[in-house]
Design a protein around this ligand. Structure first.
Ligand code: C2E
Ligand code: MG
Ligand code: MG
Ligand code: MG
Length: 290
């Protein structure tokens, strides 16, 4: 009986594994050609500023229009990193985002910043040149480009990363620490690295306001950031309760489905032409200091 089962198991698993391996190979092969075939597209998610009560920037998020449908970054970025393809892909993202932000700068009187995610694999001395060239060829003002890095990326080589960040900042670009609070960086590194913004990870925002720990962590991050002269951006803001808590806690910017999903260029532009919804207008604060 057991023997028979074992044989069945073997017969059952082998084809599944083969299928997974061949799917992966096919995906890798397709990914390899995706750039040439123009299959990548950047979606842009608006970032809302509490002080001006308006959209002041956006984050560029990569999408792959593959032959078999739209593929989200979590499904192909890891493979792109393993194969090194993230370097040319990331270069394309950088150039495309800079050109798009420059177009928006020319179209409207209101400048919009654009944030670009940088993979650990891309984070090497050559990146400085790539950024310089992307800025030069697009004509985008450097301060409108924000580079998003993660704690784990910085911690893998603290000295090298600190130097690279200095060089990127010397170009005039700004640096944001993405998914803050989920990595291993100690608070001391906030001082050590040349940073401009902290992005509070979505996992903390999700628990607001019911989860007292998430709420306390979020307010504390905002306080620390303020004392260190860093701007704060809350990620994954989905509800009015999130918005009210963050506004009261002194967070600078918010990004999330409450405001907008990541949008393709035409939809993003349509959104920018619309006035902000009345629901987003905050009451004047009264009675706080008597
Ligand atoms: P991330 O940089 O932390 O980007 C935020 C992610 O949260 C995006 O997922 C965004 O669509 C999603 N998001 C935004 N607002 C909300 C919300 O209110 N609720 C929820 N549940 N999710 C929200 P996306 O676009 O799937 O990207 C996932 C990750 O892939 C990004 O996380 C980033 O690490 C990576 N990624 C995206 N584009 C690029 C790229 O061009 N280069 C590199 N290296 N990585 C990228
Ligand atoms: Mg990001
Ligand atoms: Mg993030
Ligand atoms: Mg993330």
């Amino acid at each position: 009986h057991a023997k028979g089962e074992g044989r069945n198991t073997c017969r059952f698993f082998a084809p599944v594994m083969n299928q997974q391996v061949s799917e992966r190979l096919a995906m890798e092969n397709n990914l390899r050609h995706a750039l040439q075939q123009n299959e990548f597209e950047l979606y842009y998610q608006p970032q809302f500023c509490f002080a001006t009560q308006s959209v002041i920037g956006c984050e560029a998020l990569l999408r792959w229009n593959s032959a078999s449908g739209l593929v989200m970054p979590d499904r192909f970025i890891p493979l792109a990193e393993e194969t090194g393809l993230i370097v040319p892909i990331g270069g394309w993202v950088l150039r495309e985002a800079c050109h798009q932000a420059k177009r928006w700068q020319t179209m409207s009187s209101k400048p919009l910043s654009v944030a670009v995610n940088v993979s650990a694999v891309q984070f090497r001395p050559e990146l400085v040149d790539d950024v310089r060239k992307a800025l030069a060829s697009s004509g985008l003002e450097p301060h409108l480009l924000v580079l998003e890095v993660t704690e784990s990326l910085l911690m893998s080589d603290v000295q090298g990363s600190a130097l690279l960040l200095e060089q990127l900042r010397a170009l005039g670009t700004r640096i944001a620490l993405d998914d803050f609070g989920t990595g291993y960086a100690s608070l001391a590194y906030l001082k050590r690295f040349a940073l401009d913004k902290l992005k509070i990870d979505r996992t903390f925002i999700m628990g607001i306001p019911e989860d007292k720990d998430d709420s306390a962590i979020t307010s504390s991050i905002i306080d620390i950031a303020r004392h260190l002269n860093l701007e704060t951006v809350a990620e994954g803001v989905e509800t009015r309760a999130h918005v009210d808590f963050l506004h009261a806690a002194g967070c600078h910017q918010a990004q999330g489905y409450f405001f907008d999903r990541p949008l393709p260029v035409p939809e993003f532009e349509k959104r920018m032409r619309e006035p902000s919804e009345p629901a987003l207008v905050f009451e004047k604060e009264v009675g706080r200091d008597g």
